[in-house]
Design a protein around this ligand. Structure first.
Ligand code: GLU
Length: 494
């Protein structure tokens, strides 16, 4: 069975790049009726963040990228695990397993104890830099015998365990995206496998875990490809078969620089908070390095599980274009049905202070109309929430705004009172967008006015803004009383 995994380190939040790795791994597993595993790689205790695991799970579940095995999340946020990999799927709870495997490597002569102090390593690095030599460990402790090493350990000396990279030959592997990769073994460091704090390094843990968790395909970011030679050699030392691997293209800013965590917000949670929909996020993220090979752009997660393939992943960097994300989001927002629209937007209406819970109660019908009015005009749910503010209270505006580009203040002074009369004569029931459009249209023709000279000041009087939805639609949401009173306010401004 095909098995993929996402193996984040809980150092903060889930980043967009992480979501892409998780998504591709998820899609590849689903497409092949396999399983998608979530493992937590928390052996770097210096970078550990208390809520890290919860944050990552929350974002993954929000996006719908839900693991079948490993670390999972209940509706109430509680974390649990399923699966049988001989222990936990959280690396800090698997220390015994790593220890056993490190001992095995030492016994077989594939790894050695290293007693070099931080000071010595620092001096070495400075020497290498000064002499323009490649930096790296000089394998100083590689030939210390096990007996001597054990004596030094018993005497209380601090140590790490390093792998014995072969000193000659090449490591060759095939990457599903990049093709064949070759590297001279002498260029690869004797990687630390066990740190002095008793924790394994990523390199040891990742190999042991991918093996015991039955991972068949490793899909992850490009930055890990340089570690693969170490991993391939570890697989060989253990006598295991290495999984297939696919390394995803780098994510780039629009200026083609590497997308860094510092440049703007790149955490999935930030996008959620700004009112991006998970569907838009998924659709945007899947195109960062993959495409279906034709012109189609809109895909649901389910459709993607049928379409996705590793062959269509590109080799070159994928540009992170926020305008595209906005476009996707606006597409998905405009397709929301009334119930979704209300349920999804209310939290943003409350959090941005547009309305209080009390103001909202009993106004469900009004809210649906208001949101429908704006849903085709915004990029995010935050924008949508804020966009209805003018329906509650007309923003202050200058009287000059009432003047259409081809009109004059005099004309507005004449037209608005007449328009008010007309509106006053309609019944409350007649305040329906289509009807108003028809009747006001007829009236404009009768009077011999131009559309702009009436509809521009009407729209500004109702919205207080230079840009807004059409006046008839606003009038329907405002209702007769408020519409007339806003026209009166405009008249009073002049
Ligand atoms: N723990 C690594 C990370 O946070 C995972 C690397 C891998 O997938 O092997 O990116």
């Amino acid at each position: 069975m095909i098995k993929t995994r996402f193996a984040p380190s809980p150092t903060g939040y889930l980043h967009v790049g992480g979501l892409r790795t998780a998504l591709y791994s998820y899609l590849f597993a689903k497409k092949n009726e396999g399983k998608f595993v979530l493992r937590i790689e928390d052996t770097d205790r210096e970078r550990y963040v208390a809520d890290g695991i919860a944050n990552i799970l929350k974002s993954l579940y929000w996006a719908g990228v839900i693991p079948d095995e490993g670390v999972q999340r209940k509706e109430n946020g509680d974390i649990y695990q399923t699966g049988d990999c001989g222990g936990s799927y959280i690396q800090s709870e698997r220390l015994e397993i790593y220890k056993k495997h490190i001992d095995e490597l030492v016994e077989k002569g594939h790894a050695y104890y290293c007693f070099c102090t931080g000071e010595r390593l620092e001096e070495l690095r400075q020497f290498q830099q000064l002499n323009k030599l490649p930096t790296g460990y000089d394998r100083h402790c590689r030939d210390i015998s096990i007996e001597e090493a054990k004596k030094r350990i018993a005497a209380g000396e601090k140590y790490v365990v390093r792998m014995k990279m072969p000193l000659t030959g090449e490591t060759v592997f095939f990457d599903e995206v990049k093709g064949e990769v070759r590297i001279k073994n002498e260029l690869v460091d004797d990687q630390v496998l066990l740190k002095s704090d008793g924790f394994p390094t990523y390199h040891l843990a990742v190999v042991v875990d991918d093996h015991y968790m039955g991972i068949t395909h490793i899909i992850r970011g490009d930055e890990w490809i340089s570690s693969v030679p170490k991993h391939i050699n570890l697989y060989k030392m253990f006598g295991w078969e290495a999984p297939k691997m696919a390394h995803l293209p780098l994510l780039l800013n629009s200026d083609k620089s590497k997308l860094s965590k510092r440049q703007g917000d790149v955490s999935v949670e930030d996008y959620r908070k700004k009112g991006y929909l998970p569907e838009a996020m998924i659709n945007f993220v899947v195109f960062l390095g993959w495409n279906p090979g034709d012109e189609r752009e809109i895909f649901t997660l389910e459709e993607l599980t049928k379409e996705f393939s590793l062959e269509k992943i590109g080799k070159s960097g994928a540009v992170f274009n926020l305008e595209k994300l906005d476009w996707y989001n606006s597409q998905y927002i405009s397709k929301l049905n009334e119930k979704e629209l209300v349920n999804l937007t209310v939290p943003f209406i409350l959090s941005s202070g547009v309305m209080t819970e009390k103001q909202l109660s009993g106004k469900e019908e009004w809210l649906v109309k208001a949101l429908n009015l704006e849903k085709g005009r915004v990029n995010t749910l935050v924008e949508l929430a804020q966009s209805i503010g003018f329906l509650l209270q007309v923003p202050d505006y200058q009287k000059e705004l009432l003047v259409w580009k081809k009109g004059s203040l005099e004309e507005v002074k004449k037209v608005l009172p007449e328009l008010k009369e007309l509106l006053n004569n309609f019944s409350v029931q007649e305040f329906e967008s289509k009807n108003l459009q028809e009747k006001i249209g007829e009236w404009i023709t009768e009077k011999g006015y131009s559309n702009g000279s009436v509809l521009w000041p009407m729209r500004v009087a109702l919205s207080g803004m230079e840009k807004s939805p059409p006046p008839f639609e606003i009038a329907e949401v405002l209702g007769k009383e408020e519409t007339v009173s806003r026209i009166e306010l405009a008249i009073a401004k002049m």
